[in-house]
Design a protein around this ligand. Sequence first.
Ligand code: ADP
Ligand code: ZN
Length: 751
Amino acid sequence: MSCIAKVVVDISAGKEFDYRIPPELEHSVSIGIRVNIPFGASFRTGYVVNLVDRSDRAELKSIIGVADAKPFFKEPLLKLARWMAEYYCAPIEQAVRAILPGAVRKKGAKFRERLFVQPLAIALENTPVFEGLTDKQKLSLDHIVKVGQSSLEDVCAFCNVTSSVVKSLEKKGYVSIVKSQSLREVASARNVIRSEPLVLSSEQKTALDLISAAADKQSAHKSPDAAADNLSANSRHVVLLHGVTGSGKTEVYLQAIARMLEAKRGAIVLVPEIALTPQTVERFAARFGDRIAVLHSHLSDGERHDEWHRICDGRADVVIGARSAVFAPVANLGMIIVDEEHEHTYKQDEAPRYNARDVAVMRGKLEGCAVVLGSATPCIESWNNALTGKFILAELPKRVDDRKMPHMRIVDMRIGAKDGKKSGIFSQDLIESIGDRLERKEQVMLFLNRRGHSTSIVCPACGFTEKCADCSVTLTYHRTDEKLLCHVCGKVTKVPEKCNKCSAEAVKYSGVGTQKVEEVTKKIFPKANIARLDSDTTTKKDSYEDVLGRFRTGKIDILIGTQMIAKGLHFPNVTLVGVVYADMSLNIPDFRASERTFQLIAQVAGRAGRGDVSGEVIVQTFTPFHQAVQAARRLDYKGFCDQELEYRKELLYPPFAHLFVLTFKGRFQDRTAALAGFYSKRLSTALEGKALVSEAVEAPLAKMKGQYRHQVIIRAKSAKAVRDGFRTLTASIKPSREISCVIDVDALNIM
Ligand code: ADP
Ligand code: ZN
């Protein structure tokens, strides 16, 4: 009998604490249960993560009591948390917190209780007398008798009475009012028309069979322990579904899940937050009804709490959600699907800095379930895993029903600029093409990956640009509310009337954002209905769905937006997509700039021509011969990857090395730089021959929210060596109190 519990406490300590289990709690303490414990001079709650016989410590305090009747997580999820803490160099309590939503963990989290009204026998008699009742009371009682049990709120709303009317009926003995648990219903998951499985194309069928085979094989042998180091080693339970946009990947997911459910196993579908529109949810709800649970960031804490418990109790066994849904407590999990697996939104940018795609692969390994990674443009790492045979590859090279891929055209924006003609936002080509579509009553999407109006304001006299005082970026001008906004820290300032440096009066706006595109489009096409979608227009909960709804029903002709409109959306009447400025993502100082640009163009292009009329894509660029732009024009994913892989191999970048980014942040530039330099030297000595350690350099985003930022970048074949070196170093020296150090494993963002 284990008599000691290892407990993770809800504070940052990075370790587990031993507590004695008193005999009276022997039967209620188990792994995953929340317990109350004495901690220092106070009391806290913690989670039991292990039960053992002995402890290294001589004197142990005892657990005071258990906080809940049931454990919050089971063994496999706990193993996943341990792996995550190890792999991402995060403290164990952060990993445990990641697998449990705050809405479930927090104090006072519980089911909502509502009051329900029930008619009593006397009210149901054939000839009730209803003596001494007011008109309102009679009306309400009539209704209650007719509908039977219903919530007090509903009765009041329907009869237009206050609750005191119904309560007086209770006093008179006609009805009873009882408290009962009621689930907060997550909108859009219910009441949809059921859909039937489609007859698959032969490619779809092959893909489905490969996926099912992986699932069957995987369920036969669960791997008891995860090799923390090599995530993709021996990952034959993973199928990479590479299918062009509109090739019917979603239908394959749906049928793969249906097979899982037949085998009494559940499934998780991860989608990028952006794609979590009712449109996506509806497709799953139409197939699986109220077996689905939805988890996304727009849920209230209460809704999230209820959805989580529906999953935990087995009432919902198909979970569709964003990043953190990878931890959904589905019992007997059979499959995890990661749609648009290349998306950077799967990477969490606070500790633990996990990538949900990679966590899914590991969870699949631990729980014996299959993992499907789907994308039209898989990330280079996944593609390489398919090439080397670590992942199984399934391909859907054609659109459904032989619908053509859109026709791609590149417009060289340097022409015109060279002629001295002021080059506007739109080329003549794009303007004419938009005009054509409007005439034919077809729809247009215009894409620019930058919100706001002008990306900076520049003094025409002295060239001074307005910068954020706390961050090393220029301020973006937002015309709708006449303000300058820092896109890094969110600080708002007034638009200056004069240059802050030389006092010249004229203010020149330069660089283009979506607001400007909207303004110009309205000028050129005054009769068209135009709408814009970016994070400025979607601050309200429903505005995103509202705009998309109006676009779908044809009330909007031209939709302008940021990456928000790039993915996953299906609008058959869109026949033209314009990429206003393709170079935007190319000019970022990041080795993934090419990959991002290729993915963005290909994804945006995927919005065109999804109906019966074929589509066209116009890409405006100042670097028409760039490899990423050219490959995107041919929609040549493999060609792009071949070249990119060669270049990554030569420079030892992922997938040929693991990438660690250490970012030091502090109020004083010299001290921060010095500490980063110190770490760089120590690590390069410690990791000699095992890793490439960069010198300490100023981060591309050199200052953020008043803190200076310096980075050390490490590339290594073996991630374990780096983690060990890093751990040894931080064990002996702590970063100072005023300077923090963040370690990002498999970093995607090196700003
Ligand atoms: P993807 O997820 O690859 O972008 P979708 O699954 O959205 O593609 O499919 C695009 C369109 O084709 C959808 O309207 C879908 O209903 C339809 N579709 C998919 N598979 C089939 C099929 N086998 N037969 C007919 N239509 C299909
Ligand atoms: Zn700022």
